[in-house]
Design a protein around this ligand. Structure first.
Ligand code: MTE
Ligand code: MO
Length: 525
């Protein structure tokens, strides 16, 4: 192509056409099928990436790597588009190939014909918009060429510098307009996504009468507010503050109208439940602390919630579990899976198909409409969100993270964390030190704090150290520290009710969870 659309102009046009094509794809995908082509491509990247890499990014960084991956895909697309923008034929090839990649990714994510249609539409709009841009640029070039080479005979209007400037402005306006339109379509697609799916959740009502499974009352509201202001984690983690870990680049928004959960595999009679079926049952409330295996010593990939749901034992009883069934494997609508030995349930611990979290239907991020919650097991072997199947299998079947290098069996380790002081400096004198500790399912019996190389001293436990199912939730601990000027080192450790002390480690999170005493350096001055 000629000069004015070569160089910078070609790049600007290519970027514009790509942005517009991405926008068309995102908007159409969302309107047709709750599909994002960029996310579908991201899912392919996550799935083909080596286990160690995925473990380091998803496992460690939690949700932070998702925007990075998606932004990366968008940037690479824009760069590719910019690179071929000056050449219509190369542009056609690259848009065509990108369309195929998008279509394959969408098919892989289960979007079928609608996915292919979306990718095809996005690619053709890119090709078309690029061609239109080239026509505009060619006109610009022709005029400019004529204006210089055949100067005197040409229509004098075209030699008017104002006309030249207007033509150039028109081209640049077109190209940058495409970019803005692309951005607007992407924003529009997100609004569309929220609009159409919000009713899924807001129409679900948890029954008000529920059994309480567990023998510890929640702390009074004044207690919870007081400790919250001081920087200590509230006993109940509010839903909006609850950590989120999953491989989903876009939170699945399941329509309960066409959702069921099946119980099958090694059972006498496979069962299938709608959300209404589950809600119509006698539901149970239980406070269970959920922790991620990737939680580092002192980390915040842990939270405590009152979960509402149907006890797994009841459902398994109805299905009639066969003798050969060794493993309970949960599977998600998004392809994720997690399994744990059936024998884990022998001690009567809380294990449920949860439909509620802290008195509300599950938030989309936390697995709406239903998820598994099993006390005392790390999330990656148990807590399947957006649950669609519970399969009774042998131990030979592996869940998502097992071939990627994480341990097959993963009980939550005894752990404790210092929340207060919140900062690394303080003034001398008496002040609170406080935090949380967990040891599911036995429960925390004692928490001890040591200053520098001083003795381990016992802390006060808030909400008590009740036995039984209360051990499935974390406890808050606090003590009074008389801070002496200098650089001080605070260390915490917990004991469970079997008299086992938190392992001293230090041990890194892989393959089965971190070990070590949370230590804080505090300057007292
Ligand atoms: N569908 C699905 N469920 C999932 C996961 C996932 O990647 N996909 N991650 C698991 C892991 S590793 C953890 S720690 C918990 C986290 O649950 P939360 O995000 O509600 O805190 O969900 C589990 N359930
Ligand atoms: Mo996790």
């Amino acid at each position: 192509m000629a000069k004015h659309s070569g160089g910078t102009a070609g790049v600007v046009l290519g970027v514009g056409a790509t942005a517009a094509a991405l926008g068309v794809g995102e908007f159409t995908g969302m309107a047709l099928a709750d599909l994002s082509l960029v996310v579908a491509v991201g899912d392919v990247v996550v799935d083909v990436a080596p286990g160690s890499l995925v473990r380091r990014t998803i496992g460690l960084l939690g949700t932070a790597q998702k925007p990075i991956l998606l932004t990366g895909i968008v940037c690479i697309s824009l760069l590719l588009g910019g690179g071929v923008g000056a050449n219509k034929d190369r542009g056609r090839i690259v848009f065509g190939l990108a369309g195929i990649v998008g279509a394959v990714a969408a098919l892989r994510s289960g979007f079928g014909l609608r996915g292919v249609a979306t990718a095809a539409l996005a690619a053709t709009s890119g090709i078309y918009l690029l061609a239109v841009g080239h026509r505009k640029a060619c006109r610009l070039d022709d005029w400019m060429d004529q204006a210089t080479e055949e100067q005197p005979t040409l229509d004098p209007i075209l030699q008017d510098p104002r006309v030249k400037a207007a033509t150039r402005r028109g081209f640049l306006g077109y190209a940058s307009g495409l970019t803005m339109a692309g951005g607007a379509l992407v924003v529009g697609s997100r609004v569309l996504a929220g609009r159409t799916t919000e009713p899924y959740r807001s129409q679900v009502v948890l029954p008000t009468s529920r059994r309480t499974d567990g023998d510890r009352p929640a702390p009074t509201s004044t207690e919870a507010i007081e400790v919250y202001q001081n920087g200590l984690s509230p006993w109940i983690t509010p839903n909006d503050d609850f950590y989120r870990i999953d491989t989903a680049l876009m939170v699945p928004r399941v329509d309960p109208a066409d959702w069921t959960v099946r119980i099958d595999g090694l059972v006498d009679s496979p069962l299938e439940f709608t959300l209404q079926d589950l809600l119509a049952r006698d539901l149970t409330d239980a406070a269970v602390t959920l922790a991620c295996v990737s939680n580092e010593v002192g980390g915040d990939l842990v939270g405590n919630a009152v979960w509402t749901g149907v006890p797994l034992a009841e459902l398994l009883e109805e299905a009639g579990v066969q003798g050969g069934a060794e493993q309970i494997m949960g599977r998600s609508v998004d392809g994720f899976s997690a399994g744990f030995p059936r024998s884990e349930l022998n001690d009567g611990r809380t294990a449920m198909v949860a439909v509620g979290m802290n008195g509300e239907p599950l938030p989309f991020r936390h697995g709406f409409p239903a998820r598994l919650v099993v006390a005392g097991l790390y999330g990656y072997v148990s807590a399947v969100k957006w649950l669609e199947q519970i399969e009774l299998t042998t131990m030979s079947v592996d869940g998502y993270w097992i071939p990627r290098g994480w341990a097959k069996e993963a009980p939550i380790k005894i752990a404790s964390r210092i929340d207060v002081p919140t900062r690394s400096f303080t003034t001398p004198g008496r002040q609170a030190v406080a935090g949380v500790a967990w040891a599911p399912t036995n429960g925390v019996a004692e928490v001890e704090l040591a200053i520098d190389d001083g003795p381990w001293t016992k802390c006060r436990l808030k909400g008590g150290n009740a036995a039984g199912k209360a051990g499935e939730a974390w406890v808050q601990w606090s003590t009074v520290w008389d801070a002496i000027p200098g650089n001080r080192r605070l260390r915490v450790r917990a004991w469970d009710r079997n008299g086992i002390v938190q392992p001293v480690g230090p041990k890194y999170i892989a393959p089965d969870g971190a070990e070590g005493y949370h230590t804080r350096q505090v300057l007292v001055a």
